[in-house]
Design a protein around this ligand. Structure first.
Ligand code: NI
Ligand code: MN
Length: 223
């Protein structure tokens, strides 16, 4: 079964198997590159890598509008609950949550995580298994060699890897990450959104991995 992967811009995605849709880090309002508005998003799950505003984005509003389940770190789920989101599935790195379409797992990421000055738990990467395709969103992170282990444990088909530098890896280190993870396809994310992030990911050229550079609004069908 194919998986439709739509890039929302910055670090946001919609993944759909035709009957279920998950939004990851749906940051649309105030996102200068986004082409979707929060009201355009129909989903039954939302996964969040961490609490920063460029990842939490419109998730509370989208969750309420769709009665969607938020999957994220324990502290983010507590926050979402306090904002009136009724369905949450809290987790932490290493854990896996079974879903009607497959599973969502949280992995390690090296970053920080807060929202409005409040601690939002561990920053995470998110692994989504849907339609038999395994998608690894690395979250915001530096390079770490256990990405190799994550690739081995989950058998990653598609990896979304931050490559914009300053707050995450830059393109060359992101390429090394892709070589560790060994996905079939790697998508550079978290670049070019603002002048603080690099606007040139030509250095993201991992050996043996196909690179797909997506613009906001693009959909790539995998499988
Ligand atoms: Ni961040
Ligand atoms: Mn970020």
């Amino acid at each position: 079964m194919p998986l439709d992967i739509t890039f929302l811009g910055h670090a946001g995605f919609l993944l759909s198997d035709g009957s279920h849709t998950i939004a990851i880090d749906p940051f649309l309002t105030d996102n200068p590159v986004a082409v979707h508005k929060p009201a355009d998003i129909t989903c039954d799950y939302i996964a969040l890598t961490h609490g920063h505003a460029d990842h939490m984005g419109d998730s509370v509003r989208i969750a309420k509008a769709n009665d969607a389940t938020i999957v994220a770190a324990f502290e983010i789920c507590n926050y979402a609950g306090s904002q009136g989101v009724s369905k949450v599935e809290p987790g932490n790195p290493g854990g896996k949550i079974m879903t009607p379409f497959g599973f969502i797992a949280l992995t390690q990421a090296f970053h920080s995580s807060s929202y409005d000055g409040v601690y939002m738990g561990m920053p995470c990467g998110v692994i989504v298994n849907m339609a038999g395709v395994t998608f690894y969103h690395c979250g915001d992170t530096c390079l770490f060699s256990d990405m190799k282990l994550i690739g081995e444990m989950y058998g990653v088909d598609v990896a979304a890897i931050p490559a914009g530098d300053r707050f995450t890896m830059g393109p060359e280190q992101a390429a090394k990450a892709a070589e560790f993870i060994k996905p079939k396809v790697a998508i550079p994310i978290h670049w070019g959104t603002w002048p603080l992030l690099t606007n040139d990911v030509s250095g993201f050229a991992p050996a043996g991995v196909e690179v797909k550079t997506m613009q906001a609004g693009d959909t790539y069908r995998h499988g």
